[in-house]
Design a protein around this ligand. Structure first.
Ligand SMILES: Nc1ncnc2c1ncn2[C@@H]1O[C@H](COP(=O)(O)OP(=O)(O)OP(=O)(O)O)[C@@H](O)[C@H]1O
Length: 370
């Protein structure tokens, strides 16, 4: 049964459209990330589902119950939607111990003392902070405070947990650690997680599904690897992945989904159109997307290029290759070193290269280069 259902949700602030006719079905116990550049409507979407913002148009259902309908005049308040929040500023009450901070909501709900004790113990254990139970927030590190805040939010067992950039105040190492914890936590609770971030890596690693927005418009709603390998358009392909996907201009007259010309070399294409209605016209301008990790440097490579620069970082090396004026980025596992200008040969190992129509920027086919 779908847990959250958005139908034709639009939010306008004056004349500007923050969210534009959004349809979304978030399944029970999913970990959905709202992803996109600053101002694309992520927070507004999250706040509308939570009941903190009123949509201009549309309907929202939670567990088949209508919690908002612009036409029918329904608007259920946040406290009656059975949801929990975890925001960037997760301020704990400074005069309360960790135990008290977590127990507070349960005391308000008039739970019995014994039941509260066992629930708090369970959460302290789940978040691995048992030894912190009698400390005050000022005696905790940022990461520890964040764990307590998560425990406090989870205490009442909300069906949906909303998180708006909850890790953005933490340093890189702690953020990584908390990502691991959040993913583990999601598996351990029965809650559906709706998470806002502009960090594509965070979205890729955490989510069961990514909802990628641009200027209030949904670009793609799919599992992370589908977004990565089968992007619906150029924006999506470019937004996920680091280093970014390579985009090459492909000369029109050589393209009919059979062959392309790349740096004077004809390459055979084994591509499958994303829809049966797609045809490529003679002379149509196309863009070819190749992920950096799919470029293999070897003497047997089919295409010739020269080294533009080499950036080793220990675990991997980013190698920039000049291909007749177009600079290609490739990632090689481990340390390699090339001289600037050195001649190399390369081939494309993946069957997930993407062909876009240059004008509409839509994906038209995915496949292999021979
Ligand atoms: N209360 C408001 N009044 C007017 N405009 C608003 C209001 N809240 C948001 N907006 C506008 O709506 C658009 C979407 O904002 P939103 O906060 O949802 O974006 P976001 O994707 O979460 O961005 P960020 O990553 O920067 O937080 C932006 O153009 C923003 O300026």
């Amino acid at each position: 049964m779908p847990k959250i259902h958005l139908e034709h949700i639009t939010k306008r602030f004056g004349r500007s459209v923050a969210v534009d006719n959004l349809d979304l079905v978030i399944g029970d116990r999913e970990f959905v990330t709202l992803l996109g550049p600053s101002g694309c409507g992520k927070t507004t979407t999250l706040r509308m589902i939570a009941g903190l913002e009123t949509p201009t148009e549309g309907d929202i259902y939670i567990d088949d119950r209508c919690v908002f309908s612009s036409e029918r005049g329904i608007d259920i308040s946040p406290d009656k939607r059975d949801v929990g929040f975890l925001f960037q500023n997760y301020a704990l009450w400074p005069h309360m111990t960790v135990y008290k901070n977590i127990a507070f909501g349960l005391e308000n709900m008039k739970w019995e003392k014994k039941r509260i004790e066992s629930r708090v113990r369970e959460l302290l254990e789940m978040l691995r902070i048992e030894e912190l139970r009698d400390r005050y927030p000022s005696e905790l590190s940022g990461g520890q405070q964040q764990r307590v805040a998560i425990a406090r939010t989870l205490a009442t067992g909300p069906k949906i947990l909303f998180m708006d950039e909850p890790l953005s105040n933490l340093d890189a190492k702690l953020r990584m650690e908390m990502r691991t914890e959040l993913k583990r936590l999601h598996a351990e609770t029965d809650s559906t997680f709706v998470y806002v971030t502009h960090d594509q890596l965070e979205a890729m690693t955490l989510s069961s599904k990514i909802c990628l927005l641009k200027e209030g418009l949904l670009q793609q709603f799919a599992p992370p690897l589908e977004v990565y390998h089968q992007p619906t358009n150029l924006f999506v392909a470019d937004f996920v992945g680091s280093p970014n996907i390579n985009i090459l201009e492909v000369t029109g007259e050589n393209v009919n989904l059979d062959e392309i010309k790349l740096n004077h070399k004809l390459l055979k294409l084994l591509f499958t159109p994303v829809s049966s209605s797609i045809t490529v016209q003679e002379g149509q301008q196309l863009l070819l997307g190749i992920r950096p990790e799919d470029i293999v440097l070897s003497p047997e490579g089919t295409v010739a290029g020269s080294i533009y620069s080499t950036l080793p970082s220990g675990m991997e090396t980013i190698v920039k290759i000049d291909l007749g004026g177009q600079i290609l980025t490739s990632v090689v596992f481990g340390s390699v070193d090339f001289a600037m200008g050195e001649k190399v040969r390369l081939s494309f190992q993946s069957d997930k290269n993407v062909l876009f129509d240059k004008k509409s920027e839509r994906t038209i086919a995915i496949g292999k280069l021979l």
